[in-house]
Design a binder for this molecule. Structure first.
Ligand code: EPZ
Length: 416
């Protein structure tokens, strides 16, 4: 099992190029199922989750091939409208094939994703919305089994804000009969990127990025070319790393407009970020100031940046209070940060982080994707050597992390 070995203390300086967004690429790859014509995608990140998704789609009969850095998905023939447990259990985003399969094939059999380290993560809103659109849908032996001759447009109000729930329902609605309104929709930039790709494919969508999305169903979608947006969470992770180590780094391709809440918190911490067409330049020196934050659906502070900010608060001046409102178990990184010398008290969904002057290296274990990112940030500032175990979690969501960090002066290597 691969480990990352980090010798802490290096100041970061230079340029890092930001990859395509995992959480945009995954739904957009699923959107290829909606058309009999090929979908060409640029800027698809080389991540394990993307490999898993491409494997899943190929099993369904989607012809996948790469033309340089462009991935072409051709769903001319969907032979097997099914997402089996062995793939879904390793990547819960596979649930995103449910809406497209129903809309395109009139049937789908998708394994329930099951829980994960950060929470139960039910998919009841996905199921409820599709049923409201006329699907006959049940759960049998751990699989969602769904049928619909043709989905019908309807007025949906989700009980809570769900990113992939919004994406599944929006994709299903593109080929439904009539108008679908999704109220209480997720506003994340990845939802907007997916909507932009669907519109390029011929879908009729308005309101993406707001909490009310309106989709008028069309008979068929056609071929298109789309460039996946830059990964805002990868960008935020590197911003936090520089904030912690001190330095001056240009994040080429970073889109500041998708990170307002994170940039506001970094400014509060005393970190200087300058946005331009080229990306985001981040400069920091000395200890950051502690910040309080509360995660919330976009445009609030992203839950996917909570763990990284806990690492930053661990070495900040003062005490920062972090409240996690999205997932019920997303503080797994706290125990590992304590091993590095952090001072963190957990009370329910709140973490009280008292900044300490320094962390000291230790062996720690990654538990989930963003928790592992948090341990990387901490390892970059801890005195001595930090060894992060189980970094397969990291490889799901970060492309070439150790080489990107090494290129700006970090002392980090992968040990098989
Ligand atoms: C997406 O997950 C992201 N994943 C997550 O990123 C991200 O943390 C999350 O949105 C929140 O922003 C992808 O886009 C592939 P939700 P998703 O449905 O859609 C509850 C990462 O690190 N809920 O918005 O699964 C749910 O339990 C990953 O890249 C229901 O109760 O999250 C959670 O408490 C981690 N019923 C809350 O809503 C449902 O039917 C928000 O979940 C759906 C969700």
């Amino acid at each position: 099992m691969d480990k990352l070995v980090i010798e802490g203390g290096a100041r970061l300086a230079g340029e890092i190029s930001i990859s395509g967004a995992k959480n945009a690429a995954l739904p957009i790859l699923c959107a290829s199922l909606l058309s009999r014509e090929p979908l060409a995608l640029a800027n698809v990140p080389a991540l394990n989750d993307v490999v898993t998704m491409r494997r899943l789609l190929a099993r369904m009969g989607v012809e996948m091939h790469a033309e340089g850095a462009t991935v072409v998905a051709d769903a001319g023939r969907v032979t097997t409208p099914e997402a089996p447990y062995d793939l879904v259990k390793t990547m819960r985003a596979a649930i995103l094939v449910l809406g497209p399969l129903l809309a395109r094939c009139g049937e789908a059999r998708v394994s329930l994703p099951g829980g994960c380290a950060i929470g139960a993560r039910p998919v009841d809103q996905h199921i409820k919305g599709l049923a409201a659109m006329g699907a006959e849908i049940s759960v049998e032996h751990g699989y969602i089994v769904a049928r619909a001759a043709r989905l019908k447009g309807t007025h949906l109000v989700t009980d809570l804000v769900t990113v992939t729930g919004t994406e599944n329902l929006m994709m299903a609605a593109t080929l439904a009969d009539g108008e679908t309104v999704i109220e209480n929709a997720a506003r994340e930039p990845e939802v907007v990127d997916l909507a932009n790709c669907l519109v390029r494919m011929g879908a009729n969508i308005s309101g993406a990025g707001s909490d009310r999305i309106v989709v008028n169903g069309v008979a068929a979608l056609h071929s298109a070319h789309h460039r996946v947006m830059a990964d805002r969470i990868e960008t935020g992770t590197f911003l936090t790393a520089v904030a912690a180590t001190g330095g001056d780094v240009m994040l080429a391709g970073g889109e500041a407009g998708t990170l307002d809440a994170v940039l506001a918190k970094l400014a509060e911490a005393g970190v200087r970020c300058e946005a331009s067409d080229a990306g985001i330049r981040v400069r920091a020196s000395g200890r950051p100031r502690a910040v309080n934050l509360r995660t919330a659906p976009y445009p609030g502070f992203p839950t996917d940046m909570q763990a990284q900010f806990m690492a930053l608060n661990s070495v900040a001046e003062g005490t920062g209070v972090i409240t996690e409102t999205i997932f019920e178990n997303r503080f797994m990184h706290a125990q590992e940060l304590l091993r590095l010398g952090a001072d963190i008290e957990i009370e329910g969904n709140t973490a009280i982080v008292k900044g300490v002057p320094r962390l000291t290296g230790a062996t720690v274990m990654a538990t989930d994707l963003r928790a592992s990112a948090s341990l990387v940030v901490a390892g970059l500032i801890a005195e001595g050597e930090t060894v992060i175990d189980r970094i397969y979690h990291l490889d799901r969501g970060y492309e070439a992390l150790e080489s990107k960090l090494s290129a700006v002066g970090a002392r980090v290597t992968r040990r098989r």
